[in-house]
Design a protein around this ligand. Structure first.
Ligand SMILES: Cc1cc2nc3c(=O)[nH]c(=O)nc-3n(C[C@H](O)[C@H](O)[C@H](O)COP(=O)(O)OP(=O)(O)OC[C@H]3O[C@@H](n4cnc5c(N)ncnc54)[C@H](O)[C@@H]3O)c2cc1C
Length: 294
């Protein structure tokens, strides 16, 4: 199919982009176009004006400021995954990006676009939630920021106002010696995940858990943190038994839906498996875990 007619405007500055967005209540931002163009072609989106932010080179950056890794709105997924600051400070972000679609998608798709788009099967909203990221935006009322915990409100829905543009996402860096893991299950390589999990684990030198962060995606209309499993782990030795128990507790608190791709039971079972395995993999990346017997 072909898209419904629309007006195309390429903004030269962030201010111009905000003005263009405000001028048409049916306007939409286009960044990498990797989600929006298919939606236009299928006529699932019919914007009056497309405001292209691709020329905003000032927003094409990755930086580390005050303990946060910041990714600007026009930085592509491929560039972010390959960036030395990401490799050094936030490898879990690179690992998550590597599971997005195919290289052609990652070469044009942006990190901020994925977060603004908020597909519940997408990797990056879950990473943002696991790390308590801040989403920075700009609109007619000036700058605004959203905590990831309240940003993702439902399938393809966020707290972002229609006249606001995401300008950057700030990921707080995990404390030193935090282990991490990212895993997902998809039917084929490059497909959207059925279920995925992000785990971050910090222990003391003896292997007692000081902090656990877990986020699942593909099990609800938004990514979900697993506070019961996180609390169960904290203060306990990081053992395979503890990880299995955390997985059981996590599964008990999930209420996934069934669809043509997978049943609710299957998603719950896969989620539990991923919680246990990502915790074990995250522990293996901690100083205590890397020397412990598996
Ligand atoms: C074949 C295929 C496979 C894919 N597989 C995956 C996958 O496995 N995992 C995954 O997560 N994604 C997948 N994607 C989607 C891809 O990751 C997109 O790049 C991403 O979802 C959106 O980023 P974008 O920059 O392309 O945004 P666009 O497509 O340009 O925009 C998407 C939406 O976000 C809004 N938006 C974008 N940027 C901003 C901004 N800065 N401020 C406000 N609103 C904004 C747009 O208005 C639009 O509503 C796939 C896409 C394709 C075509």
């Amino acid at each position: 199919m072909k898209p419904a007619p629309f007006t195309y405007r390429r903004a030269a500055t962030l201010g111009e982009a905000v003005d263009l967005l405000a001028a048409d209540p049916d306007a939409k931002v286009i960044a990498g176009g990797q989600s929006l163009v298919p939606m236009l072609n299928m006529r699932l989106a019919r914007p009056g004006t497309l405001v292209d932010i691709g020329a905003l080179s000032a927003l094409d950056y990755v930086d580390v400021v005050a303990g946060r890794l910041e990714v600007g709105a026009t930085a592509t997924q491929a560039d972010v995954a390959a960036h030395p600051l990401v490799r050094a400070h936030l490898p879990v972000l690179a690992a998550a990006i590597a599971r997005i679609g195919h290289s052609q998608i990652r070469n044009r798709g942006t990190v901020c676009g994925s977060i603004a788009h908020h597909d519940p099967s997408a990797e990056l909203p879950a990473v943002a939630l696991a790390l308590d990221a801040e989403i920075l935006a700009f609109g007619p009322r000036g700058p605004v920021s959203y905590a990831a915990a309240s940003f993702f409100t439902g399938t393809f829905d966020t707290a972002l106002a229609a006249d606001e543009i995401v300008t950057a996402v700030q990921f707080p860096l995990p404390a030193p010696a935090t282990g991490w893991a990212f895993a997902e299950v998809a039917r084929r390589s490059g497909d959207f995940a059925l279920v995925g999990c992000v785990a971050l684990l910090r222990t003391d030198a003896a292997g007692t858990v000081e902090e656990a962060r877990l986020a699942l995606f593909g099990v609800a209309s938004t990514p979900v943190r697993l506070p019961e499993a996180e609390d169960l782990l904290t203060g306990r030795p990081a053992t395979a038994e503890a990880f299995e128990e955390a997985a059981r507790v996590a599964a008990e608190h999930l209420d996934p839906g069934s669809d043509s791709h997978a049943s609710a039971d299957y998603r719950r079972e896969v989620a539990a498996h991923l919680v246990a395995t990502t915790l074990a993999d995250a522990f293996a990346r901690t100083p205590a875990g890397s020397t412990a017997d598996a």
